[in-house]
Design a protein around this ligand. Sequence first.
Ligand code: ADP
Ligand code: MG
Length: 273
Amino acid sequence: MPILSLQNISFSYDDKTPTLRRIDIDVRSGEFLSIVGPNGSGKSTLLKCASRVLRPQEGVIMLDGSAIDRIARPDIARKIGVVPQEAVMLFPFTALEIVLMGRSPYRQGLGFETEKDFEVADAMMSLTDVQHLKHKPITALSGGERQRVYIARALAQRPKILLLDEPNAHLDIAHQVEIFTILKRLNESEGLTVVSVSHDLNLAAMFSDRIAMFQRGSLYAVGTPQEVLTADSIQEVFETDVLVDEHPQSLSLRITLIPSATTGKHHAALYSH
Ligand code: ADP
Ligand code: MG
């Protein structure tokens, strides 16, 4: 049984143009699934539907065997942790306070944090390498540090599924690999199901069991990295020429740009104006 099943999902923001069209995806328990696609293809909208931030006009979402519409929010939060694309935080909570917010689905009413809440928050902050930032206000952290704090907050919910929207967007290369390695470790050792929107096709290929590729609100393809990330599909969906071969060391797929003559001309034309 899939842990999260999106069945025939359609969503539109304005009831006119559909942003998501008849999406069917079964997320398997314990898998690492990456969602890729050009800007505006509906990836963030899909994650918001999957975590019940948005309600699709059509279709059904099943979480762990129950329709998500019928599950109370704290129960959803104990199963799905979310790292949003841009978490806006205007109030200068400390990093620790933010991570402790991830414990709220376990709290009774307005109760205070327990010993266990602090333990879990601590462990998750070690895992994402933000321990040393504990008492710093979130507003004083760099984009990458903030991102790691939000990942720690989502993990503090101890979810079965982690949904991440471009978790590597603000990270330097070392922290990109580090975060994906942490996610992979949790995925493999604790069976955490990971669904991550990624704009980095190489990282997606390296870490994912499966890739779902989106094109203008539709699911273009879903399958193993080898099945989905072909030069032809990338050319069709991203309108970019790439070379797909095998990395000589990791043996995972390697995707590199082929600079095309037309791209150069286009830029030259822009500069000449
Ligand atoms: P992606 O994450 O793949 O870049 P999004 O899911 O953010 O794409 O957006 C898909 C489409 O929906 C885009 O055309 C975008 O402009 C539109 N969209 C996103 N959020 C909103 C919103 N809150 N209101 C109206 N349109 C939106
Ligand atoms: Mg997005």
